[in-house]
Design a protein around this ligand. Structure first.
Ligand code: NAP
Length: 375
């Protein structure tokens, strides 16, 4: 069940001049998160300063991170992207993207991300498919450790996005990869002619349910309230789809089955009465949480754990910029994340220019032979 979804081209097929490192070691996409893959080797040699130091280091490779990379690269800042072991962000587990401008017929999420990555690489971005282990923003240059290598950077753009939330049921965790998934795009293919459930009432759940109708014989949408949170167009599509049935006021309280999912225990949220229903698949689509754990000691977070942004893209630390879903729980769209990445790169570029100008002025004013540093 860890195969790539139909239509996915694979980022390792991207061609980009002068950056073989970034184009050769894309791990298979396994967003079903069945088993955690072992750590990937660094995609570049990180032994020299030129390999580990960046003027702009971008953490994250969703639309925010890669758009920041495109802008920073075109500004000759030679950015480094720490992309994550499973790069590409949430669009890697999104099927049809119909609202990203420029694609009148829609585009598959992974294809869009492959194109963004190719565009970033084309202008000289160095990409490492590594997970961040720690950051040290106490002084400049900033330090970011990933895959056992410590990278340094004059400016950092944090664009780590958000991840799927699970129901946190014991058997849900046990049966992940054996019928339980958070990604219909990745795993829907395996549920041909099966009866599956989708939990949630937002756009993600509606989108997952609609996608699953391509494969499943029946899709049961289970929502804990009596109205959807999702957009009107998606609600209408789901409600009138002949393969989708809706169970309102219902909460999944257990996942049944030993080797694979065989059914669900569902509780009526109004009466408290529980029932069991045979089911061959469960897709959890109840929202996302921001990927901010590694920044907790350095950057301010709000009640929900999202990073706090000030003045467009600024964090509380000068030289550290924020972009995309890692701080934005209002819009959370690919296009807003991309716009944010653009803004963060422009702000980083201007800040670096100001730093260089300041250093130049100080150097001009300093007595001969005295070293000056503003970094
Ligand atoms: P969301 O809007 O936060 O919806 C989460 C849903 O899961 C809600 O209906 C919530 O129920 C339910 N839920 C939360 N915790 C639950 C639990 N423990 N048990 C059962 N149900 C639970 O999240 P989302 O659907 O992922 O969407 C996030 C944002 O992305 C939205 O702005 C959305 O519009 C956008 N989005 C857009 C598209 C698109 O345009 N194609 C696709 C996907 C997402 P309650 O309603 O009772 O709170």
């Amino acid at each position: 069940m860890d195969e790539q979804q139909p239509g996915f081209k694979g980022l390792n097929m991207i061609d980009g001049p002068g950056d073989a490192e970034a184009t050769t070691t894309m791990a298979p996409i396994a967003p079903m998160a069945m088993e955690q893959p072992e750590a990937a080797p660094p995609t570049t040699s990180a032994s020299s300063d030129s390999g580990t130091h960046a003027r702009v280091l971008i953490i994250g490779s969703g639309p925010a991170g890669l758009t920041a990379a495109i802008y920073a690269a075109r500004a000759d800042l030679e950015p480094v992207v720490i992309a994550g072991f499973i790069p590409g962000g949430q669009l890697m587990i999104t099927s049809d993207v119909e609202n990203y401008p420029g694609f009148p017929d829609g585009i598959q999420g992974p294809e869009l991300m492959a194109a963004m990555r190719a565009q970033a690489v084309r202008f000289g971005t160095r990409i490492h498919d590594l997970d961040i282990e720690s950051v040290d923003f106490s002084s400049r240059p900033f330090k970011v450790t990933a895959g056992g290598t410590t990278f340094t950077a004059d400016a950092v753009i944090v664009a780590t996005g958000a991840s799927a939330i699970w129901l946190e049921l014991e058997n849900e965790t046990r049966l992940r990869g054996r019928g339980v998934s958070a990604c219909a795009t990745c795993d829907g293919f395996f549920f041909r002619d099966k009866k599956v459930a989708v939990v949630g009432g937002g756009d993600s759940a509606l989108e997952e349910a609609l996608f699953l109708t391509k494969f499943a014989s029946e899709v049961v949408l289970i929502h804990r309230r009596d109205e959807f949170r999702g957009s009107r167009i998606m609600r209408r599509r789901a409600e009138k789809h002949p393969k989708i049935s809706i169970q309102w006021n219902s909460q999944v309280v257990d996942v049944l089955g030993q080797e694979k999912i065989e059914g669900l225990r569902i509780k009526d949220t109004q009466t408290g009465v529980e029932r069991e229903e045979p089911m061959e698949g469960l897709f959890v689509a109840i929202g996302h949480k921001p990927n901010t754990d590694v920044f907790k000691d350095w950057l301010e977070t709000d009640k929900k754990g999202y990073l706090v942004v000030t003045d467009h893209t600024l964090s509380g630390i000068e030289g550290v910029f924020l972009a995309g879903d890692v701080h934005d729980h209002r819009y959370r769209q690919a296009v807003t994340a991309a716009g944010d990445g653009c803004k963060a790169a422009i702000d980083a570029e201007r800040w670096l220019e100001a730093q260089a100008a300041e250093a130049g002025e100080q150097a001009a004013a300093a007595p001969a032979g005295e070293a000056v540093s503003v970094a």
